[in-house]
Design a protein around this ligand. Structure first.
Ligand SMILES: [Zn+2]
Length: 406
């Protein structure tokens, strides 16, 4: 009996094993066919979008909704309101863009006054989950925001984003003026004309009426709940995909005149002890001054390929200055062979000559290093360097000008 039973088990086990093997072999094919049916949008077309022309007399008088900031030193900002699915995801997308001063989650486009999240989710208020973006037109254009909007969600599904279904998740641009309406209509037509997405864009373009800020626990959801499963599985991959596509195909982030996010004690030290003044240049001036590689690193936070820069293996005695403004940054005495293929130093010549800023671009805990005088991107600092500091300033050669000691 025992022998019989074990014999049967063996046979069954065999069948199960064969079935599992068969499924394992089939999996890549299933992935392939399912994947092929979901064609990637042709994001390249975003770089070719033409902005509509506006006559100087008619439309320009109505450009944007200017908010006169109580702090008069700050430039005037404008508003843009987009609905592109669950606002937990979209808030994070826009907050990362240079020139966006705030991105607030809320509801718009419905009939109910002061709606609650529960009511909006029930789909009966007519409201969409939206992000109200306050931006500085000097730094980021409405056109760039529109590109970010269309690249960060699927605008071809009616009232649906992934698993979120309902009119509250509809793709919508609530325009604040004629300029925004015309730009949105024009881009939508161009994208549809070029068949950028696998089917037609269904994004609604409607006049803005009123915005209701969402309950406070929704604001900055991703930043505060980055470890929650929803963020890990839905928002994070989405953001990663977006950052990649946007950096590649949307137009440039205007990058000069960046505000330092981390002003604290260091900032006051900086103003007290330094004799140099900040260098501020327009994007056109930077382009003219720098080579395309220097521009890409310094002004667009690019990274040169490892082992390709001029200084990673430079063992000469001397000083490394900022290629953008000539501020002394590092000295050969603090340079060490890190094996990374980038010039590496354990400390700057003067702590106040470089500024540090948290960098979440790749969802790691990197710290960006910038030139304090011109805010040019230099590289990153890591805590795995040699003594006496234990720090490793991993710097792009393209950001540096080397001056040999005589
Ligand atoms: Zn500089």
């Amino acid at each position: 009996m025992v022998i019989c039973f074990s014999g049967l088990m063996k046979g069954e086990m065999m069948k199960v094993s064969l079935l599992l093997l068969f499924l394992a072999l089939l999996t890549p094919f299933i992935y392939f066919f399912v994947g092929a049916s979901m064609r990637q949008p042709n994001y390249f077309a975003f770089s070719e979008l033409e902005e509509p022309n506006f006559s100087a007399t008619g439309d320009e008088s109505q450009l944007g909704t200017e908010l006169v900031n109580p702090n008069s030193e700050k430039p005037a900002t404008k508003l843009a309101t987009f609905g592109n699915g669950c606002f937990w995801c979209t808030e994070a997308v826009f907050e990362n863009l240079e020139g966006v001063t705030s991105a607030v989650s809320g509801y718009s486009g419905g009939s109910v006054v002061n709606p609650t999240y529960e009511a909006v989710c029930a789909g009966t208020t007519g409201h969409a989950e939206v992000i109200q973006i306050e931006y500085e037109p000097e730094k980021i254009s409405f056109a760039t925001l529109l590109k970010a909007f269309w690249m960060s969600h699927d605008p071809t599904t009616m009232n649906r984003q992934g698993n979120d279904v309902g009119t509250q998740y509809r793709s919508v641009v609530f325009y604040h003026d004629e300029f925004q309406r015309k730009t949105a209509e024009s881009f939508k037509n161009q994208l549809n004309g070029a068949n950028v997405f696998s089917s037609k864009i269904v994004t609604e373009i409607s006049p803005f009426s009123r915005f209701y800020q969402a309950e406070s626990y929704h604001q900055e959801y991703f930043k505060l709940n980055g470890r929650a499963p929803y963020c890990q599985w839905i928002i994070k991959p989405k953001l990663k995909k977006f950052n990649k596509a946007f950096a590649k195909f949307a137009d440039e982030f205007p990058s000069d005149g960046q505000e330092q996010a981390d002003v604290g004690e260091d900032a006051s030290v900086q103003t007290r002890n330094t004799t140099w003044v900040k260098v501020r240049k327009s994007d056109a001036e930077w382009r003219k001054q720098l080579t395309s590689q220097q521009y890409n690193v310094l002004r667009r936070k690019g990274t040169e390929r490892a082992f390709t820069g001029k200084d990673w293996d430079n063992k000469k005695s001397g000083q490394y200055n900022c290629v953008g403004c000539d501020l002394p940054l590092f000295a050969s005495e603090t340079k060490f062979a890190s094996g990374t293929g980038w010039p590496s130093f354990y400390q700057p010549v003067n702590k106040i000559n470089v500024s540090e800023k948290p960098d979440n671009t790749f969802f790691s805990t990197r710290t960006e290093v910038l030139c304090s005088r011109c805010d040019g991107h230099l590289g990153h600092v890591f805590e795995d360097g040699p003594q006496p500091t234990g720090l490793r300033y991993c710097i792009n050669s393209a950001s540096l000008v080397f001056q040999a000691n005589k």
